[in-house]
Design a protein around this ligand. Structure first.
Ligand SMILES: C[S@@+](CC[C@H](N)C(=O)[O-])C[C@H]1O[C@@H](n2cnc3c(N)ncnc32)[C@H](O)[C@@H]1O
Length: 283
């Protein structure tokens, strides 16, 4: 837990605990690796912002800030805002902003309930940062209120765990070694909460968004092979379990996981297809 957790609203739930605990630390410490892996999505969001032409942009669940900074690079200071509930991730984002000589606004707050007042954003974007809301309809209604009439929403979310085996294989492969992880509940806050297209469309409709377009997008991604052990040991639900294992046991499980990931290995890289939705809507 970080010393800035007290700034978040009380009862902001497990997601705040998670992203201010092991998951947030892993993202903060390994942001270079994660940004390289997810770079194709950054490029697409930067292109969406350029095509849109608006100036005031909100990046929801901005994490360590790669997308926020890439968007801020082409606009006047202070026009781009990143919001996140993770203090360690935002701290990493602030360090990167200073190093890059950029001046976006970073808010440590819950995007579901934060009062954006008269922000009037032209565009709200997110790279995998909007699937964690406890009350998604009220969260997207809050983002709708923060957007000017006619402004746009553009985000990426994962399709199902079955279609994203790179993201879900580790927990399956480890099941013969470790006690079973709690099953993922469809629609529950988490990585695959937006797997069901109709569910996402319903959330957006009920929260006031129009012109909803939810398009499947398959994106080739890669990770240097020598980073795969770090990825498997620190990320996703299994990463959190691995964190608590004694070192010998962790090595044993990791060796088994690396064997299971052999189908993804091409030369010096682990390569996979990210099965996602690109979601666009208008306020
Ligand atoms: C999968 S990470 C993606 C981070 C970043 N968008 C990126 O692509 O590098 C999800 C992010 O959503 C943030 N998040 C989760 N729930 C949130 C909420 N209610 N309000 C703001 N941020 C939230 C997490 O702290 C985390 O930084």
């Amino acid at each position: 837990m970080t010393d800035r957790m007290h700034l978040l609203p009380k009862g902001a739930d497990d997601q705040a605990q998670l992203w201010n605990g092991a998951a947030g630390r892993a993202w903060a410490e390994e942001c270079t690796m994660m940004d390289a892996m997810l770079h194709p999505f950054q490029e697409r969001l930067v292109a969406a912002v350029a095509a849109q032409g608006g100036q005031r942009v909100l990046d929801v669940g901005c994490g360590t800030g790669a997308v926020t900074l890439a968007i801020a690079r082409n606009r006047p200071a202070g026009m781009v805002t990143g919001i996140d509930i993770s203090a360690p991730m935002l701290a990493a984002a602030e360090v990167r902003a200073r190093a890059a000589g950029l001046d976006p606004r970073f808010l440590l707050a819950d995007a579901e309930s934060h009062d954006f007042a008269e922000s009037g954003f032209d565009l709200v974007v997110s790279r995998f940062g909007v699937m964690f809301f406890g009350q998604p309809v009220s969260a997207f209604a809050n983002l709708w209120r923060a957007t000017r009439p006619g402004g746009n929403l553009c985000f990426f979310a994962w399709r199902s765990a079955v279609e994203n085996s790179f993201m879900s294989l580790a927990e399956k492969a480890a099941s013969s070694f470790l006690p079973p992880l709690p099953p993922r509940q469809p629609h529950a806050p988490g990585q695959f909460a937006f797997a069901d297209r109709d569910h996402v469309a319903g959330i957006l409709r009920d929260s006031g968004w129009g012109e909803i377009d939810i398009a499947p997008m398959d994106v080739e991604c890669g990770l240097p092979l020598d980073r795969l052990p770090t990825y498997l040991s620190r990320f996703g639900p299994l990463g959190r379990v691995m964190d608590g294992l004694e070192p010998g046991r962790r090595q044993e499980v990791l060796a088994h996981l690396l064997t299971s990931f052999a189908p993804f290995i091409q030369g010096e890289e682990a390569r996979f297809t990210a099965a996602c939705w690109q979601v666009n809507a208008m306020a």
